[in-house]
Design a protein around this ligand. Structure first.
Ligand code: S3P
Length: 172
């Protein structure tokens, strides 16, 4: 049983959704994918929101969906890679639950994102350079977490087990 939200943060391709879904199954609690919530509320894809309304509108929707998700209590929440940018989002996440930041080396992130077409910030002429800059800019925000877990060389199962071990330690 999960009493407070378990919030997964991390860059695109860090494994938040796949690890989150598995964890929620193990913890027998709801899984909330924030990007999917945003798509449902907006009634259009992430690409369409960015293209038609811009990133600023996406961020407003993201903050409001995050707040809503955090109010649902004991759920596993996979955030989008940029949900950590806003100070208010980070403050709310830290105050509401346990924040687990998933990391991976840049090369691994590039492998996982290769061929992605549903990520407006990983697009254009030189997505790798853009991703590197974003990752560097966001490092300070990803560091604002209860624990950081390196996913490199680990299976989704391995990482989920590591997070469960950490949660057990908190209860002890
Ligand atoms: C974003 C990451 C995406 C999605 C949107 C913006 C970002 O989520 O929220 O494209 O700013 O890093 P994932 O991290 O699930 O890809």
């Amino acid at each position: 049983m999960l009493e407070r939200p378990l919030i997964l943060t991390g860059f695109m391709g860090a494994g938040k959704s796949s690890i989150g879904r598995l964890l929620a199954g193990k913890l027998k609690c709801p899984f909330i994918d924030l990007d999917a919530e945003i798509v449902a509320v907006a009634g259009r894809s992430i690409n369409a929101i960015f293209a038609e309304e811009g990133e600023a509108v996406f961020r407003v929707l993201e903050s409001s969906c995050l707040e809503h998700a955090l109010h649902r209590g004991g759920a596993v929440i996979a955030t989008g890679g940029g949900a950590v940018i806003a100070d208010a989002n980070r403050a709310l996440m830290r105050a509401s639950g346990v924040v687990v930041n998933l990391t991976a080396p840049f090369d691994r992130i590039m492998e996982r994102l290769s061929g992605a077409t549903d990520r407006p910030l990983y697009a254009g002429d030189d997505p790798a350079t853009r991703a590197k800059t974003l990752l560097e800019q966001r490092e300070q925000f990803y560091n604002d977490a209860d624990i950081r877990i390196d996913t490199d060389g680990k299976s989704v199962e391995d990482v989920a087990a590591e997070i469960l071990g950490y949660l057990r330690g908190l209860e002890a």
